[in-house]
Design a protein around this ligand. Structure first.
Ligand code: AP5
Length: 210
């Protein structure tokens, strides 16, 4: 099963990818998480990507395409994977086609902009394992530390309100056209991303017939 999760920043791609990956026993590949890790460890790619992510811009296509090429060559991708956050532009989608990757489903998680702004304002992430929470909808026991590993919760730099608005603008301009790109291939599935997390997981499973 090879699946792409599409959706605005904060639509719940990471939250749902975690769940579906576990149920389907396939890895999740999040370009955002790979980039954040590279920034944290100070690699050459991370240093180059930092300025883009912090202002809410997309990292150049050739950089993310390189990341994906390398990651998909790993053994754990043989039986399928979920791409969370890639592709995000039409050239990235074309590059995936050129690599000969045959995607089964593209799941678009649909949430309107007002809800996105509220979600991002309350998001907290674990500084060690990257687990994502929300102070109201998915709180941890104390809303200060991660329930999974106990490390400190932090606010992502790109979750500042003005950066969120910039990310939404870029999403509408550059990523939303991918819906038409994949609808034309007959593999686009749209799922309502509002409401109960478990129900959204069920809707996704139904849409991919898993
Ligand atoms: P990335 O990390 O991919 O960010 P994103 O797409 O903006 O997605 P998010 O991680 O912000 O949100 P999400 O949809 O995963 O939502 P989540 O589950 O966390 O990318 C970061 C940056 O890296 C980009 O801006 C760019 O610079 C760069 N980058 C990455 N990929 C790239 C690419 N392909 N090309 C170029 N640049 C790239 O949920 C959000 C919040 O809502 C959480 O607090 C969560 O707990 C909560 N929540 C989830 N579901 C629900 C629900 N049903 N109800 C209430 N709250 C919910």
């Amino acid at each position: 099963m090879k699946i792409i999760f599409l959706g605005a920043p904060g639509a719940g791609k990471g939250t749902q990818a975690e769940k579906i990956a576990e149920i389907c026993s396939i890895p999740t590949i999040s370009t955002g998480a790979i980039i954040r890790e590279a920034i944290k460890t100070g690699t050459e790619m991370g240093t180059a990507a930092k300025a883009y992510t912090e202002k809410g811009a997309l990292v150049p296509d050739e950089v993310v395409i390189g990341i994906i090429k390398e990651r998909l060559a790993n053994d754990d991708c043989k039986n399928g994977f979920i791409l969370d956050g890639f592709p995000r532009t039409v050239p990235q989608a074309e590059a995936l086609d050129e690599l000969g990757v045959k995607i089964d489903y593209v799941v678009d998680i649909d949430v309107d902009d007002a809800d996105i702004v509220e979600r991002m304002g309350g998001r907290r992430v674990c500084e060690a394992c990257g687990m994502s929470y929300h102070i109201k909808y998915i709180p941890t026991k104390d809303n200060k530390t991660c329930d999974k590993c106990g490390a400190k919760l932090i606010i992502r730099k790109d979750d500042q309100p003005e950066t969120v608005l910039e990310r939404l603008k870029i999403y509408h301009e550059q990523t939303e056209p991918l819906k038409a790109f994949y609808a034309a291939k007959g593999i686009l599935k749209s799922v309502d991303g509002r409401g109960d997390i478990a129900q959204i997981t069920e809707s996704i499973l139904k849409s991919i017939k898993a």
